[in-house]
Write a protein that binds this ligand. Structure first.
Ligand SMILES: CC(C)(COP(=O)(O)OP(=O)(O)OC[C@H]1O[C@@H](n2cnc3c(N)ncnc32)[C@H](O)[C@@H]1OP(=O)(O)O)[C@@H](O)C(=O)NCCC(=O)NCCS
Length: 168
């Protein structure tokens, strides 16, 4: 299967919202479920327009046959004392798991963090029981710095999240 990773464009807004609903409905590993993001199409377009202008934040999409099947974000703070850190998050639709898409996303995110955002640390939060994602992050050198007990509440269950850092 061939896939392409590229920066998201405002014209991707509709597919990105659909992708969030699809990803969110297929896993409880994310901060959202099948409802996806709360943005309207117009808000998402505006968000993507602003992101495109940003030097230190980015959204990547993975495309298979011109359809978006996953997204990966790199965000940071514009507050000077926090801007040396970046945060990442990613999802891939289930049908496309285990084909290297997230690995390629990670390469793009780390390259962006180093070369464009000039970050010193990249951070992420991952459910403590998400073995696949933890395997992926360790593969790129991320190390666990601690656990936030009860970070999520899903169906009345409190879920722990590990924080992991990569020092660049
Ligand atoms: C986590 C996720 C992004 C991985 O995406 P993917 O495109 O399938 O990832 P890749 O194919 O690049 O790599 C998967 C790796 O996990 C490994 N893996 C697969 N099943 C595994 C398991 N049960 N336990 C441990 N590792 C596993 C694969 O072998 C591969 O590692 P390798 O490259 O060393 O062989 C995807 O499963 C996903 O979107 N899940 C739901 C949302 C989510 O969990 N996002 C992360 C939130 S922090």
């Amino acid at each position: 299967m061939d896939f392409e990773i590229r920066e998201a464009l405002p014209s991707d807004a509709e597919q990105i919202l659909l992708n969030a609903k699809k990803c969110g409905g297929e896993t409880d590993n994310l901060s959202y479920g099948k409802e996806g993001f709360s943005y309207t199409l117009e808000q998402e377009e505006e968000f993507l327009k602003n992101l495109l202008k940003s030097q230190n934040q980015i959204l990547f999409v993975a495309e298979v046959d011109s359809k978006i099947v996953g997204t990966a974000s790199y965000t940071t703070s514009n507050i000077k004392r926090l801007s040396h850190r970046g945060s990442i998050g990613l999802c891939v639709q289930k049908k496309f798991w285990n084909q290297g898409i997230a690995t390629s996303f990670m390469e793009h995110l780390i390259k962006f963090g180093k070369e464009e955002a000039e970050a010193k640390i990249i951070s992420l939060g991952v459910r403590s029981d998400n073995q696949v994602a933890i395997h992926l992050y360790k593969k790129f050198g991320f190390e666990k710095i601690g656990t936030f007990e009860g970070y999520y509440e899903i169906d009345n269950e409190l879920i722990d999240v590990d924080y992991m850092n990569l020092k660049l």
